[in-house]
Design a protein around this ligand. Sequence first.
Ligand code: ADP
Ligand code: 5GP
Length: 216
Amino acid sequence: MTLPSGRSGLLLVISSPSGAGKTTLARRLAGEFDLHFSVSYTTREPRKDEVQGEDYHFVSPERFAQMVEGRQFAEWAMVHGNQYGTSMATVNTSLANGGDCLFDVDYQGGRQIRRLWPAESVLCFILPPSMGELERRLRQRATDTSDAIERRLAMAHEELAHYGEYDYLVVNDNLDQAYAKLRAIYVAAGCTRVRNDALAQALLREAATRTPCPKP
Ligand code: ADP
Ligand code: 5GP
């Protein structure tokens, strides 16, 4: 199946240490383009302002375990002491409709998505400008307890250590500039030859059947 433009769908994965800005950037991209944001399942408690079914599907550990058992996740992982998972049905439906899908997942999720859909996956890692700024953002976001913030800062090293598995690195210093880079990556990923091969082939076939113009 193909997009109206004639190209096949892609899976854009965005990862980063917690607080680097991936959710901010991902939401902005999904707001500008016809890009389906994959809403993950998690056993984490909702933060204030988070909406059930929009930010996450918040589920009990028992429900999460049932979903694992029922093979309903394309991937799932334990991150910062909670479980998070990507719905297999969401990805399959998006690809079957020729649409693009956006994932805000950790490096374990990115790795699994690439393993399952190597041709469709584009992996982008968001870097903070410095570790000091990462900590400042986590604290000013004020959504986590100070214990949770410490845990997230401690995990930043583990997440950063996997930047080498990603296709693109974007430093999120100035938000508008970082967004312009992420946007450019997404637009360019949609223009690769493999994603537009069906359209090029159709044009080639049509061109071959045209009667040649009479010579002047
Ligand atoms: P993540 O999803 O990676 O944990 P968020 O998108 O929640 O990070 O961003 C963490 C905090 O930093 C939020 O309060 C967000 O508004 C802020 N933030 C994001 N990008 C920038 C930026 N470029 N400059 C300053 N603050 C930012
Ligand atoms: P947060 O609790 O801050 O929303 O997310 C914590 C971490 O879990 C982030 O690194 C985020 O990208 C990751 N995450 C969110 N959803 C998923 C998912 O479905 N799978 C995996 N592997 N990681 C996820």
